[in-house]
Design a protein around this ligand. Sequence first.
Ligand code: PEP
Length: 256
Amino acid sequence: MGKLIVGNLKMNLLTVAERDRYLESFKKELQGKNVSECEIVLCPPSIHLESFVGKIEKNDFSVGAQNIFWEDRGSFTGEISAPMVKNIGGEYAIVGHSERRKNFNETNEVVKMKINSILNAGLAPICCVGETLEDRQNGKTTDVIIKQIHEGLADVPVSKIATVVIAYEPVWAVGSDSVPTSDEIMEVRILIKKIFADTFGQPVAEKIKILYGGSVKAATAKQLCIDPGMDGVLVGRESLIPMEFVKIAEIINQNI
Ligand code: PEP
């Protein structure tokens, strides 16, 4: 199965020049590199979604939104909807990122509404789950992840469930330099597979893609993705450096 390499560019690329430099440098880095077993997804700020889609050639990368609102249209000042992302050529939308859970009160209930809207629009949700350091220290990792998946995916019909991508992002590993061991990641992967098998059946559990996210770098990509048997990575900081981001994809590709 191919690997999914997702770059969350967050609130960066402030000018048109910076955006264009990023895209040019990214495409240059990709030239001649073997990432044939990887699907690369770039998630720029929403203002750049359309220009990123416009730069895709030869399936170099796909484009996703970092966030959407759960309604399709209407009086929701400042929001963008899943159909808007789909209609300009986007394919994915991140939902439940820990920064949104923390700063914008994105609860499991909100995640549920957003996932439904993303699926109805024909996009694939990348649903982030993961424990805080306090949860982990208190032995609550399993409970937190079960609750996030059960509540966040509560309304997803079985026919659409295989489209959902889960990103395991321990909150304490995002934007820090602490990372879990390969075994700790593998334990969570097995837990997530079991939740899906129990809730939606074994065939769905086998299909579901589970990514790891949190301080992924080229030097740690194998240990954080391949060794624990993950289906790819969600990358923050290093995705802003095209050379490093492409290196992560190359290393994962080499080690499949
Ligand atoms: C993220 O924001 O999803 C993330 C994983 O960030 P970083 O790679 O910087 O830890």
